[in-house]
Ligand binder design. Structure first.
Ligand SMILES: Nc1ncnc2c1ncn2[C@@H]1O[C@H](COP(=O)(O)OP(=O)(O)OP(=O)(O)O)[C@@H](O)[C@H]1O
Length: 886
């Protein structure tokens, strides 16, 4: 440090406080990065690394920089990569500074707190989550979305529960105590892929936590808030009071199941298209879009609430005209939540305010349309929302319709809003009219028609006369200001006076406009809470109209929600698959489950639609519990408390667990947590191990669920042996997805029918997948052997098959040679695979054979050795010999 310049000393002192962030150090018009930061940033941002200082290379300081006016794009790049950026500004005027200019970090931007640059998709949330240990194996979780102000808190038991709950928020950053063990930190990072931040501050802000009773949970919220204060260093007025919820207020759907069921994004490509969210999203506002996503992530378990939502969807579906008006009105509403956030955060501009105004102008009409529906829930919603009329009036009277992006260049405030501003504007406008008049007057007096009065930023106002006309100018009055190639520019006493007046008025009006804008912003701040309430009402209406729209488009029905555990779906469809295939091609299916029939054992060929059938039930149940209509012609559904699935490919292999282990862990998760009110979907459990192990496990799992849990369960399997379980387990029923064979081809009917399937058609599917023909043919041979009994010796047989194959082939050859040496000689081209290389030779050699011999040769030729087993080959050989001997 001692060798450093004072500025570098200052840098190092500040950097020491922000070790985990890139320090953007303001130097004039640039943000500079030094030392390690510079080396790393140059690489990440692909900018040039230079160095600072004199002397030998090793004494120089690595450095890189970005211009301050385009810094945002670089900051965004770093944040997207999971880094943090500390912005260090000059906090005094360099002209006034004695010694090194004072500098200070004014904000730390992190993945969980970023408000800048459109990093966050408008229909997405960006949650920052904190974890606090409450007691042994019990954790507090608090989550804030800085962009919308939403603040939630809950307590969770067990590590597994913790991961599942945190994962619901998909946070990019986690705030934890520094006392968390290394192990725990690594675990969190690995499982959740987040940036970790530490916060141990004790300060507690009671205004935001007054609804939270448990002391320990208040600390959880405080951890988050303290971190936010430290990093953002500005007003957090838009944060809403923390709301406590319990995980069991919602249907429990663990992370794996959410992924497998593709609720908000597809499993492989992580895209919205192809997910349930994609099908259900006909929202008109960004807020509605976020709301819908949250609803899908947390389906309800309260029958009353579900029915409330369903009733309004029904009304909206029936009232086409009102729905259409509502959609149009909602379309004019901007993102009130994010706008409120910007107001509080202080980065709102004139255009944002106009968006706010336009949104508020829609509100009375939205409420009016909703009131016309005559629906109890719609009335309740209207009652909760304030229409913020005062704010609308303020914005209508104060702001110009098309303000510029910048808030420091004027043209924001309307005429008539402020007297003083009007006065300056008058001066400016009058001045300009006066100047136009002066131009006419000067032209008349001098007789120079091309004389004009202009303005530029450097010289101010001037009278311009072309060189040719200069002799016509009267002496004395004109003072030369600027010479151009073919003209001279002058000023007169009179013009100078007016110029001062106009410029002064302009300067003052811009300054005043800025002050007025700040004042308006403060006034808007007072409306943040009502705006947030309004946002919540509008988003709810938006999601429900979206459900009605989707229901109409896709012919969904209102589900009947019951408490007796009955599932009765008539003509159910998979909401996503039916949209992905040609219209009308989806084969609908019924499902019936109740106390006497709790489990379905589903068999059927590969590709028949077993998983689709299972997912269909899960998705229909989730849709009903978020308040949506469902794809069926009639549906009675219970309120499931949890859904467990083990379907599809295991996606945790990257985390070092085997497919089978993942399968077993997920099964454990299901059987240890499910209740009789849960839904369990298990797809081919046990296939990842040896047949007998797998079958034994599958049977034990089915029996356990049947005897111990009583949850509604769909279990698909290829182990046909399991179908006999229906004889012993009274609440288990066999169903199968049907397929028929037509002209040697399998036709999947996708229809679920009572009873067990007879065969699998797995090889047919392999053929569809275009595996090599030789391989397919061999598989058919092996299958045939299996089906004809000797299952236990099959492995040995497979090993020996090649050898046997060759022996049989040799025997076939010998037989032919024995029959006639001459014939054998003529037939030397005859290959084992029944082909003759030269067709002509084949014909001529056949001519020399007797008709009996010819038949035999033909038979040998026709034989497809790849399609017969060694045993069959010997049988054929035996047959041929007998024919020859006859
Ligand atoms: N009811 C249906 N109507 C129309 N097409 C369907 C239906 N069910 C499934 N399909 C189509 O069949 C394909 C295969 O379905 P699915 O994956 O459910 O089969 P599966 O029986 O689970 O197969 P496997 O045993 O190989 O896992 C689906 O991708 C879908 O395109």
């Amino acid at each position: 440090m001692s060798k450093q310049t004072p500025m570098m000393e200052q840098y190092l002192r500040i950097k020491a406080q922000y070790e985990d962030a890139f320090l953007f150090f303001r130097l004039g018009d640039f943000y500079e990065l030094f030392l390690e930061d510079a080396i790393k940033a140059a690489k990440e941002l692909e900018i040039t690394l230079t160095s600072r200082g004199k002397g030998a290379e090793e004494d120089r300081i690595p450095m890189c920089g970005v211009p301050y006016h385009s810094a945002e794009q670089y900051i965004v790049q770093l944040i997207k990569k999971g880094y943090k950026v500390a912005i260090c500004e000059q906090t005094e005027d360099p002209q006034q500074a004695k010694g090194v200019v004072k500098r200070e970090v004014v904000q730390v931007i992190t993945p969980g707190t970023v408000m800048e640059g459109n990093i966050i998709e408008e229909k997405d949330n960006n949650y920052l989550v904190s974890i606090t240990p409450l007691a042994e194996d019990r954790f507090g979780i608090a989550a804030v979305d800085m962009t919308t102000g939403e603040f939630k808190v809950t307590a969770i038991d067990g590590l597994e529960g913790l991961y599942h709950e945190v994962a619901v928020y998909k946070p990019k950053e986690l705030v934890i105590p520094s006392t968390f063990s290394e192990d725990m930190q690594q675990h969190l990072q690995k499982n959740l892929g987040v940036t970790l931040s530490f916060e141990d501050g004790q300060a507690v802000d009671n205004t935001l936590f007054h609804k939270i009773e448990e002391e320990a949970l208040v600390k959880t919220c405080a951890r988050l808030l303290n971190y936010l204060k430290k990093t953002t260093k500005r007003s957090l007025d838009h944060l809403q009071p923390a709301i406590y919820y319990m995980a069991n207020e919602y249907m429990g759907v663990d992370v794996h199941s959410k992924r497998n069921l593709e609720l908000v994004e597809t499993l492989r490509e992580k895209k919205k298209q192809g997910s349930l969210l994609w099908v259900l999203d006909e929202t008109e506002t960004a807020m509605g879009g976020r709301h819908l996503k949250q609803w899908i992530e947390r389906p309800l378990v309260s029958k009353d609430l579900i029915e409330k939502r369903l009733s309004l969807v029904e009304t909206l579906l029936d009232r086409f005209f009102e729905r259409e008006s509502l959609r149009e009105q909602l379309n004019g509403v901007y993102d009130l939540e994010r706008l409120s956030g910007k107001v509080a955060f202080g980065n709102v501009n004139g255009r944002d305010m106009i968006q706010l105004k336009r949104s508020l102008q829609q509100v009375p009409q939205i409420f009016e349309t909703a009131a016309k529906l005559g629906n109890g829930y719609a009335d309740e919603l209207i009652g909760q929302g304030e229409n913020c009329e005062g704010l609308r009036e303020l914005l209508e009277t104060s702001l110009q319709e098309e303000p510029p992006l910048s808030i420091t260049e004027g043209n924001i405030i309307k005429d008539g809003y402020n007297q003083e501003l009007d006065k300056y504007r008058d001066a400016m406008r009058n001045g300009k009219t006066w100047i136009a008049g002066l131009e006419q007057q000067e032209r008349a007096e001098t007789g120079i028609k091309s004389l004009k009065i202009g303005f530029n930023k450097v010289f101010g106002y001037y009278i311009e006369v072309t060189k040719a006309n200069i002799p016509h100018l009267p002496e004395g009055r004109y003072e030369r200001k600027q010479t151009l190639s073919n003209a001279e520019r002058y000023i007169t006493e009179e013009l100078k006076e007016k110029e001062t007046l106009i410029l002064e008025a302009e300067e003052k009006s811009v300054k005043l406009e800025y002050e007025l804008f700040m004042e308006i912003r403060e006034k808007v701040k007072a409306y943040i809470r009502p705006l947030q309430k309004l946002a919540s009402v509008i988003s709810t209406l938006d999601v429900l109209q979206s459900f009605a729209e989707v229901a109409e488009k896709n012919h969904y029905v209102k589900p009947k929600v019951v408490y007796n555990g009955e599932v009765k779906i008539t003509d159910g469809r998979h909401p996503v698959v039916e949209k992905m295939i040609d219209e009308g091609d989806y084969v609908s299916n019924d499902i019936h489950l109740d106390h006497e029939q709790e489990m379905l054992l589903i068999t059927g060929p590969n590709m028949a639609g077993k998983s689709t059938y299972m997912r269909q039930l899960a998705l229909i149940s989730i849709m009903a519990q978020v308040g949506s209509f469902v794809p069926a012609s009639a549906a009675t559904l219970p309120v499931f408390d949890q859904i467990f699935t083990r379907i599809g490919a295991a996606d945790d292999l990257a985390q070092g667990q085997s497919t089978f282990m993942v399968e077993m862990l997920e099964t454990k998760h299901a059987v240890s947590r499910a209740t009789k009110n849960s839904l369990i979907l298990l797809d081919e459990i046990g296939r990842g191990t040896s047949t007998y192990d797998g079958m034994a496990l599958a049977q034990a799992i089915i029996e356990y669920i049947h005897h111990e849990i009583g949850a509604k369960t769909l279990f698909s399997t290829h182990y046909h042996e399991l179908t006999s379980l229906a004889n012993d387990l009274p609440r288990l029923k066999n169903v199968h997805v049907s397929a028929i064979e037509e002209d040697g081809k399998v036709v999947f009917l996708h229809k679920v029918i009572d009873g067990a399937a007879d065969r699998s058609y797995g090889i047919y599917v392999a053929e569809l997948a275009e595996l090599p023909p030789k391989l397919i043919s061999r598989a058919k041979t092996i299958l045939h052997d299996f089906e004809n009994g000797d299952k236990h010796s099959i492995v040995k047989e497979v090993d020996e098959s090649h050898q046997a194959f060759e022996e049989v082939s040799a025997a076939v050859e010998e037989t032919v040679i024995d029959t006639s040496t001459q014939q054998a000689h003529d037939m030397e081209q005859l290959t084992l695979f029944g082909t003759i290389d030269k067709e002509n030779e084949e014909e001529s050699s056949k001519k020399k054979l007797s008709s009996k011999e010819k038949t035999i040769v033909d038979e040998i030729q026709k034989l497809n050795l790849l399609h017969i087993t060694p045993i069959q080959a010997i049988q054929v050989l035996d047959e041929l010999q007998r024919k020859l001997r006859k």
